[in-house]
Design a protein around this ligand. Structure first.
Ligand code: ADP
Ligand code: MG
Length: 572
């Protein structure tokens, strides 16, 4: 392997030459006690920066063994290292010469702690950091001396400050490792406790703003306090005994006045399928790993979904057993989201009135009298939500401040009052008894699990040509560009980072290019991707090592696949 002195010589020699001469530095270099790999050299100073990796052996990193096992500790520590490296890179990164020369960039993890590829920590404590460097140039002439400074001064200093165990307090490392292990344990404890979610006392749920996932700070914050009747104790490996509100299996209703914190609670549950970084406020807020947010999303494409449990007898006689539309309405989109979530294996549905289609949620007595059932294709969720639980074992948490008709079907009723939950289950039963709605149940047929759909290979084409792998572009926060198709995932709220969206895009390419055979049902395709990632890590999603991918769930992959406008389906 070429060494540091050679890199210095090569870069000095390249000084003043045309930009493509930079190709010479592609490959691996031994620098001090680590290895620098330049995987891809950009073609010009304005192109996306060059892709680079730094690899240190366990001994060179020197992380204490105790933060490396079990895997959940490693994931927490890897996120800490990635965050620190990304911040450090942003500090030393400064434009030099033309275009993006001089930039050093790593994709930093957000509030969620996910397995990711920006910094990988191996079982043996080896560390690999993946990032990009804009190779410096003046016009199209190589700035060799600046490149020497970047690779041989700034980068080694950055490595020392961010990728070595000694750069961190032992307490800090432990906090990241233990917080993540605890979250994992807490989620794992839910089932045994008969719960679908848990919100710890003292948790901070509100966020800084509508565009920031950081915790709200200051005197206005009301930390979470569980109502006595829903209080549950859990023993965690590190935090010890904690208490909080357990949300039991079944149908849970969240009621309360406007602006009292209902949606904030639901959003915390949505994100509770992921772990959170220390200091987030939601480190001990967890939901069943099979929790899926269900919302209306008019305009989405729907392909071959059986909506008949919720919608049947459309005007014009169109069948809803195999429903297709390029432009779903509020209610059909929400029904499709729900049926697709069931197909993918959801165990908990999360619904917020703020983003739900009213007519799919409820049809009250007066409307039943005014518009006869024959003229209303929709069976509202209120008439299906019990069967979802009793027949299919799927629980739900529904935020609904505006209709009391759900009181009849709820097992648990939580009221938010000035950001404090109260258990109103008993009172809700009394109210339901004293004020009968007089409405009749509209569900005609028993609820069945949707029969699996089979995606056909002649549908999507993510990019042309024979190349097995195409790179998925990501536009904005949650729009993927695959070939000539733009895939809008902005309403898939449990996609939480650009890295995650990108990984989903790459997984979609894997599905379309390698797995679609016209015989495999959609849930099995999801299994295959999960198995591949579980075995080979996120690196199975591309042929080159990338630093911009993060772990995702089968539900979000299914959501992406189901929203492809080119998807074609056959029903089994
Ligand atoms: P609702 O859905 O009941 O109308 P939201 O959940 O949207 O209410 O909350 C309304 C506002 O209150 C939001 O700005 C939110 O950030 C803030 N908020 C929610 N929970 C808390 C809390 N525990 N402490 C302080 N502010 C909160
Ligand atoms: Mg709300």
């Amino acid at each position: 392997m070429r060494d540091e002195a050679e890199l210095r010589t090569v870069l000095s020699r390249l000084d003043g030459r045309g930009y493509p001469a930079y190709r010479e530095i592609q490959g691996s270099w031994r620098i001090r006690d680590w290895v620098l790999s330049v995987d891809h050299v950009q073609g010009d100073p304005f192109a996306p920066p060059s892709r680079v990796r730094v690899r240190l052996e366990g001994r060179a990193v020197g992380l204490p063994r105790e933060v490396l096992h079990p895997a959940s500790r490693r994931v927490g520590v890897a996120c800490l290292l990635a965050r620190t490296f990304a911040a450090g890179a942003a500090e030393v990164s400064r434009r030099r010469g033309t275009g993006r020369g001089g930039e050093i960039q790593m994709e930093a993890p957000g509030q969620e702690v996910l397995a990711q590829t920006a910094v990988l920590v191996g079982e043996d404590g080896a560390v690999e950091a993946r990032f990009t460097v804009g190779l410096p140039a003046e016009g199209r002439r190589v700035l060799g001396r600046d490149a020497v400074r970047i690779f041989l001064d700034e980068l080694p200093a950055l490595v020392d400050r961010t990728l070595r165990g000694r750069a961190y307090d032992l307490d800090e490392l432990r906090r990241h490792a233990h917080t993540n292990e605890d979250a994992e344990a807490l989620r794992g404890a839910l089932e045994g406790l008969g719960l679908v979610a848990f919100v710890a006392d003292g948790a901070v749920l509100p966020r800084k703003s509508g565009v920031s996932q950081e915790p709200l700070e200051g005197p206005k914050v009301v930390p979470f306090v569980s109502p006595r009747t829903l209080r549950v104790e859990v023993e965690l490996p590190h935090a010890g005994r904690i208490t909080g509100m357990g949300i039991p299996r079944g149908v849970t209703l969240v009621v309360g006045g406007g602006y009292h914190g209902k949606s904030t609670l639901l959003r915390a549950l949505e994100r509770g399928v992921y772990n959170h970084r220390p200091g987030d406020g939601r480190e001990q807020v967890v939901a069943d790993a099979g929790a899926v947010k269900i919302r209306a999303e008019d305009g989405r494409s729907v392909q071959g979904v059986d909506l008949s449990p919720f919608i049947r007898g459309l005007p014009g006689g169109e069948s809803t057993r195999f429903f297709c539309t390029p432009n779903a309405s509020g209610s059909t989109s929400q029904a499709a989201n729900l049926v697709e979530a069931l197909e993918a294996g959801a165990r908990l549905l999360l619904v917020d009135e703020d983003t739900a289609a009213t007519n799919l949620m409820i049809r009250d007595r007066r409307m039943q009298a005014l518009v006869p059932k024959e003229c209303e294709p929709i069976t509202p969720l209120v008439d299906r939500i019990r069967a979802l639980y009793e027949d299919l074992g799927v629980s739900s948490v529904v935020v609904l401040g505006g209709s009391g008709d759900y009181l009849d079907v709820a097992d648990t009723v939580i009221a938010m009052e000035a950001y404090r939950p109260r258990d109103l289950t008993v009172k809700a039963r009394e109210v339901a008894r004293s004020f009968p709605t007089g409405r009749w149940v509209e569900a005609a047929e028993p609820l069945r699990r949707p029969s699996p759909r089979i995606p056909l290979p002649q549908g999507p084409r993510p990019g042309e040509g024979r190349r097995r792998w195409v790179r998925v572009q990501i536009r904005g926060r949650r729009t993927l560009v695959l070939g000539d198709e733009e895939l809008d995932l902005s309403s898939v709220e449990q996609i939480v980072s650009p890295s995650q969206a990108r990984a989903i895009g790459q997984a979609l390419v894997l599905v379309v290019r390698e797995l679609l055979d016209g015989r495999t049902p959609l849930p099995v395709l999801l299994d295959r991707v999960e198995e591949a990632v579980a075995q080979g890590g996120l690196d199975v999603l591309d042929v080159v090592p990338r630093g911009d991918l993060a772990a995702f769930r089968r539900f979000e992959l299914a959501a992406a696949l189901n929203r492809l406008r080119s998807l074609r389906i056959r029903q089994a």
